[in-house]
Design a protein around this ligand. Structure first.
Ligand SMILES: [Fe+2]
Ligand SMILES: [Fe+2]
Length: 359
């Protein structure tokens, strides 16, 4: 694949479409992944235990309240690429990482819809693929202002797929949908409060957008609540692992974008703490354990992870196999393990577990 240029460039530069696709193809610890799963196991899922709630949720999906939302209005057809060169690289990186996550959901959900024979699953994953495809397409519309775009059909073929059993898909995707909601709504509330920091129009879409993500998360909550075995025994350790992996990845990734956060008048640490709080509150609907995010050691260890990741990145490709890099990786592992063995909090699952997006 031909790649031109050696960085994401700056405003006004003519960039190849392949460069941003290349960025979306990256397979690092922090980059969003594509997933595949066991479709035969998906067929065996029964949601009879939560049928009443399920039918209500399917009606919400059918109503499709965001059907007209993801369109760029005629009065916004001008070019919005003139943002400060300071923020440019981090903002474009944010958009490419977001489109990769959105499209990752789209590909997985569409594949489940196509391959599953279970009507309930076909219906749910069809609705969610519809939403994610709109989200990814919408980001691409704005990327075009910068004369770049991610080639989504190429990405489908070229990106590596990680296999996860359905239960791991549920833990990971539930969290990424709910954390996605918490991130979008927190940014929206910030630019609503301080319009002078809204440096790009895309943030105006986040309020209604995040309701889609919230609803997707509700679907996974129902799937997990319909099978209590997913929420006890050894699976509690998996839940803790996924909570930590998702929280830590977000923290490290956001701390690599200080200029973007500054442009929004946000401190990455405060923003992430707020997102942790919202996500933890919502996850009480389904997870019998919660991370102790208020424990000072929690934040301290996340900061250390972020620092170690920065050091590893500074080793660069030349230092790929250096002893220093290996030592840093061991330290990173120890730090993550320390977080994993921190005492978590017990959460009694509520009888009525549906949550409303009220943040
Ligand atoms: Fe989405
Ligand atoms: Fe979603």
């Amino acid at each position: 694949m031909a790649v031109t240029g050696d960085s994401l460039g700056s405003p006004g530069k003519d960039l190849s479409i392949n460069l941003s696709t290349e960025k979306a193809l990256e397979e690092t610890m922090l980059s969003p992944r594509f997933y595949t799963t066991d479709f035969a196991a998906i067929d065996k899922i029964s949601i009879d235990g939560v049928r009443e709630e399920w039918d209500k949720l399917m009606c919400e999906f059918e109503r499709d309240s965001n059907i007209d939302h993801f369109q760029r209005p005629k009065d916004m057809q001008e070019n919005y690429s003139k943002i400060s060169p300071e923020v440019y690289d981090e903002f474009v990186d944010f958009l490419i990482s977001s489109i990769t996550s959105e499209f990752s959901g789209c590909v997985l959900y569409a594949e489940i819809k196509k391959r599953a024979k279970n009507d309930d699953m076909k219906k749910l994953f069809g609705y969610m693929a519809r939403d994610e495809s709109r989200h990814a397409g919408f980001i691409n519309q704005w990327l075009k202002d910068f004369n770049i775009g991610v080639d989504l059909s190429f990405l489908t073929k070229a990106k590596k797929y990680t296999f996860f059993k359905p239960k791991f898909i549920f833990y990971a995707t539930y969290l990424s949908e709910k954390i996605g909601y918490a991130r979008y709504i927190s940014i929206y509330r910030q630019v609503e409060k301080y319009p002078e920091f809204r440096f790009h129009p895309i943030f105006l879409w986040f309020e209604k957008w995040c309701n889609d993500e919230f609803r997707h998360g509700e679907a996974f909550a129902l799937l997990m609540r319909s099978d209590p075995s997913l929420l006890k025994g050894v699976n509690l350790l998996w839940i803790k692992f996924f909570l930590l992996a998702v929280f830590a990845t977000m923290f490290v990734r956001d701390h690599k974008r200080p200029k973007l956060h500054k442009a929004l008048n946000l401190s990455p640490t405060e923003y992430d703490i707020q997102v942790f709080e919202i996500t933890t509150e919502i996850s009480k609907q389904v997870f019998p354990l919660l991370l102790d995010i208020k424990n000072p050691n929690f934040l301290k260890s996340l900061k250390k992870l972020s620092y170690l990741n920065e050091q590893i990145e500074q080793c660069g490709t030349k230092g790929m196999f250096s002893i220093r890099r290996m030592i840093l990786f061991v330290k990173l592992g120890v730090c993550f393990a320390r977080l994993f063995f921190m005492k978590s909090l017990v959460n009694k699952l509520p009888e009525d577990f549906r949550v409303k997006p009220s943040w």
